[in-house]
Design a protein around this ligand. Structure first.
Ligand SMILES: *Cc1c(COP(=O)(O)O)cnc(C)c1O
Length: 385
């Protein structure tokens, strides 16, 4: 035991020396454009609570405990309650899919869905910057994994030409809006390649749902692409927790039978599904909030670029402020926090080595003067920071 503990200590030391040790800050009170840390109010610019729904009264009212708190068992035992079924019907309808299955979170949804749909002898084709949960789902499936360069359709096509024929099933897997860069996947091209190479297409809309597309229904809907599998999460713009897979009845049924994170996990509390339904009704009517969010993002992007920060051009609510060095990234994050602006630093392995960054995300509920305060805080950072 003493040896084991020493080994754990050594691993922590390695992380510390590489500038990769993470220590979360505790937030007191609810999430919002302004949050409390250590008894002090600071502006929050790193939450995925894009529409400000996390503490919306409608969600709180819907998430009451009328149906009890716990679901008691997994969905296939006694855990399927009316709330889950109503949420599944409404979410499927929202993304124009025939059926949906609810998961406790997006990580579990991706892990289970990919593992359920492909297996040994199959091939998955995965974007190099896909979210960790997609990567882990591919690994768990035991299908052969072919990683194509980020958004590079020529690379994907050449991998399909080389490896597709030898596999039984093939599945292309992508984020729709890449979570750490804020750029969109070329969904029409991906759908075209999936069609011509007889592959399925799985699109994870975690950061796009609620923000882009008709009534916030996502980037697939905006591009008029119907993926074989759409993953949506409810912890970001939807302000709550949970996730869903939307697809044909058959695909959903196979996932409900085979996805280990669905079959062997207690169903989420019914209140989570009720809150999702309330969030959905707000999201559908949130076009003004979506416009405000994207206006804030544009103002931040211009403001920081004018100050000389390396912020790639883009149209989404996710702004990577590229720094590179891990320690410097965390130092800048600390300096900003001293000035009352919370922007978390993002380091490897969440992003590739040498691309540490501050990931800045406004919320629709920020006031314009709060956006200006964030820009002013960046302006006060010294080159030596
Ligand atoms: C956040 C995220 C997930 C995980 O969803 P959770 O509900 O937070 O577990 C999955 N995919 C992508 C692209 C994400 O950004």
């Amino acid at each position: 035991m003493a040896r084991f503990r020493e080994q754990i200590r050594a691993s922590l030391r390695e992380l510390e020396e590489a500038g990769l040790l993470r220590r979360p800050l505790g937030i007191e009170g609810p999430q919002g454009p302004e949050i409390q840390i250590d008894g002090r109010a600071v502006l929050c610019f790193c939450s995925n609570n894009y529409l400000g729904l996390a503490d919306h009264p409608d969600l709180l009212a819907a998430a009451d405990q009328r149906e009890g708190y716990g679901a008691g068992a997994s969905r296939l035992i006694t855990g399927t309650m009316s709330a889950h079924q109503e949420a599944e019907r409404a979410l499927a309808d929202f993304v124009s899919a025939p059926a949906a299955a609810l998961f406790s979170n997006g990580y579990a949804a991706n892990l289970g869905t990919i593992q359920a749909l492909v297996r040994e002898g199959d091939a998955v084709f995965s974007d190099a910057l896909n979210h960790a949960s997609l990567i882990d789902g591919c690994r768990l499936s035991r299908a052969s994994i072919h990683v194509y360069r980020h958004r590079d359709m020529e690379d994907l096509e050449s991998l399909l030409l080389t490896h597709r024929a030898r596999a039984d099933r093939a599945l292309i897997v992508t984020d729709s809006l890449f979570s750490m860069d804020g750029v969109a996947a070329p969904l029409r091209d991906l759908a075209g390649l999936a069609r011509s190479h007889d592959a399925g297409l799985l699109v994870d809309e975690a950061h796009a749902l609620g923000v882009f597309g008709p009534d916030g229904s996502g980037l697939c809907a905006a591009a008029k692409v119907v993926p074989d599998v759409l993953i949506g999460t409810l912890g970001k713009a939807f302000g709550g927790a949970g996730a869903f897979l939307a697809a044909t009845e058959e695909i959903v049924s196979l996932v409900q039978n085979r996805a280990r994170s669905y079959v062997y996990s207690t169903a989420p509390p019914p209140s989570m599904a009720r809150a999702a339904l309330a969030a959905l009704s707000l999201v559908r009517r949130a076009s003004d909030a979506r416009a405000t969010l994207l206006r804030h993002a544009a103002r931040l992007r211009t403001g920081l670029r004018d100050l000389g920060y390396e912020v790639p051009l883009g149209e989404s609510q996710i702004l990577p402020v590229m720094i590179g060095d891990n320690d410097r990234t965390m130092r800048l994050s600390a300096r900003l926090l001293e000035q009352g602006v919370f922007v978390q630093g993002i380091r490897p392995p969440t992003v590739p080595r040498g691309t540490a960054r501050l990931r800045l995300t406004p919320m629709a509920t920020h006031r314009p003067d709060q956006i200006d305060q964030a820009i002013a805080a960046f302006a006060r950072l010294a080159p030596s920071d």
